[in-house]
Design a protein around this ligand. Sequence first.
Ligand code: MN
Length: 181
Amino acid sequence: MQTETAEMPKIALKAIRSEAGLSLAQAAEITGVSKAMLGQIERGESSPTLVTLWKLAKGFHLPLTAFLEGAATTPPAVNFPESIRFRTLFAFDPTLGSESFLITLTPGQTHISHPHDAGVVEDIFVTEGTLELQLADTQDGTWTRYSAGAAVRFAADQPHSYRNPTDSPTRFHNTMYYPRV
Ligand code: MN
């Protein structure tokens, strides 16, 4: 397995918030992330979790890679605190309306994703190991298992969770599609 360096993500929150003309308080309101935390992220004092970053994306109605500095030129591999390993494969392209990531789950790891913006669709293609996926619309809490080579597409504007139930790493490609306004 190829090793690659990963770092904490550099987040372009301040530039995005300024461009939107929002105060910290207004940004807190639309994202559900506290004003204090937003300030810490902007000053580089705190690295957001992936869950927090998705809240920012949803609140500002932007793709995730809009917040990752350098994603458009040299997509970084980033490790989010207490979260999954994450590498941008393709930064958001407005003409395609999509962005793609390579995600690694360590053995036993579970990641809960909150609903994305309305109409967002996700594709998953498992490249290594076993992935289990739980969608909110399966009311009985069923986890569906996918092996390497499996592809699944689902409405991601609902709660959804990924987990690796095995003893070896799970890798999958994850493409996000944003509906055109
Ligand atoms: Mn998701």
